[in-house]
Design a protein around this ligand. Structure first.
Ligand code: ZN
Length: 403
């Protein structure tokens, strides 16, 4: 469904900020038998609202297609980095809101329950997850984390209200996947105690622009949030952004805490000032960014072609979702990368969407392989540290986003 009005302020004054061409869903890795099927591609573009400055996708793929028609591959517990991040997040929020033992914490888009497990273990909280992907919710239940297998809506909220409403509602990398934000917020407020806090963590538009992280743009994301448009938006619900914390998780995210009433921390004003200084709401910022993204594509393709022309065997490391935007935007397929290695059993044996590159375990790397393109650049050092000593002859190619 093409987007014609701003998800936050309803203005129709939207301009095309970035255009990455047509892409399949980035988080849907394909099984072998699906390779012979036609693959649907959607426009992958970012629009900018000239009224409030909100950045959003130009096309919304129905959520059932995004999360329920295929096995969804994201698993919050599949890396040490994620588990540590969610542990820190639970500790930080518990302290911030003065969480008492037995208080209810609800996580929207709870994945396999990693964050909730940390709240339960460290703060003695009662927990409830809400997760739409069948295969992922099933793992959460096996992990003994109470989980409603549904989208965040009336049914899930009714369970929260029945349990006495939530002291904390969290949502990590999910608020930016929501098509109808008004309805999402109304449901959230109905399930949140009057003294409750809504904390969400999303990729930060400021980081996306500063790091040239165009590969964090994909169809599963409907919004690219900055603070200024959100601050305006929350006012209509009587909500105040009381705090904001930037962190480097997933290549640059922001954690936003929202309450009914309350006082803004100085961090909020500091972030707003940074957004203005970066000209985050100016069209020209994105014209410049698009030019840099094209330069990035030319540079990376040159590097890969040089390796191939020299008789090299090139593979990819890490079948990250963001890697799919990079591969499809740059037109990289099996003519350039023989295969991609990944540690997740949810991905090994499958193929990347669009580019159809096979995903194999690390053990598939032989002496014949000369170059490795690191796709999840945000954990590039970690991957180099893990694989470098094992494969000393391997030359790593790391995407240089900043130009
Ligand atoms: Zn707007």
């Amino acid at each position: 469904m093409p987007v014609s009005i701003c998800a936050l302020c309803q203005s129709g004054d939207l301009v095309l900020a970035l255009d990455l061409g047509f892409h399949p869903l980035a988080d849907t890795f394909l099984k072998k038998e699906q390779l012979m099927d036609p693959e649907v591609r959607y426009p992958l573009q970012m629009l900018l609202c000239k009224n409030c400055g909100h950045a959003m996708s130009s096309y919304i793929v129905p959520p059932q297609k995004r999360y329920q028609e295929n096995d969804y591959s994201y698993d919050s517990g599949n890396s040490k980095v994620s588990v540590e991040h969610f542990g820190e997040m639970a500790a930080d929020i518990s302290k911030r809101v003065g969480l008492q033992s037995g208080d209810l914490v609800v996580d929207i888009g709870s994945s396999v329950g990693t964050l909730l497990e940390a709240f339960r273990t460290n703060a003695g909280a009662a927990v409830l997850g809400v997760e739409p992907a069948y295969n992922i919710a099933e793992v959460a239940l096996q992990n003994n984390v109470p989980t409603v297998n549904d989208f965040w809506g009336e049914r899930a909220a009714a369970e929260v209200v029945q349990a006495g409403k939530a002291k904390v509602i969290t949502s990590t990398n999910a608020f930016n996947h929501i098509g109808d934000l008004d309805s999402f917020m109304q449901t959230t407020l109905g399930a949140l105690r009057d003294d409750g806090t809504f904390v969400f963590e999303v990729p930060y538009l400021l980081h996306l622009v500063e790091l040239l992280a165009f590969d964090t743009i994909y169809l599963e994301h409907t919004s690219y949030f900055a603070l200024r448009p959100l601050q305006q938006y929350f006012k209509k619900f009587g909500l105040v952004i009381v705090d904001v914390q930037e962190n480097t998780y997933m290549g640059g995210t922001v954690r936003v805490s929202v309450t009914r009433g309350g006082t803004e921390s100085p961090a909020v004003a500091a972030c707003l000032a940074k957004e203005e200084a970066a000209k985050l709401f100016d069209e020209e910022t994105y014209t410049t960014m698009m030019r840099k993204v094209q330069q990035f594509k030319f540079g990376l393709l040159q590097e890969l072609l040089d390796a191939k022309k020299g008789g090299g065997v090139v593979i990819g490391i890490g079948a990250a979702t963001k890697g799919n935007t990079l591969l499809n935007y740059c037109g990289i397929d099996t003519t350039l990368l023989d295969f991609i290695t990944d540690a997740s059993p949810r991905k090994v044996g499958k193929y990347t969407p669009g580019s159809h590159i096979p995903i194999l375990p690390d053990e598939a790397i032989t002496d014949a392989v000369t170059h490795a393109l690191i796709l999840p650049w945000n954990i590039g050092d970690f991957l180099k540290g893990k694989l470098g000593p094992k494969y000393p002859k391997l030359a790593f190619i790391t995407p240089h986003m900043e130009q």
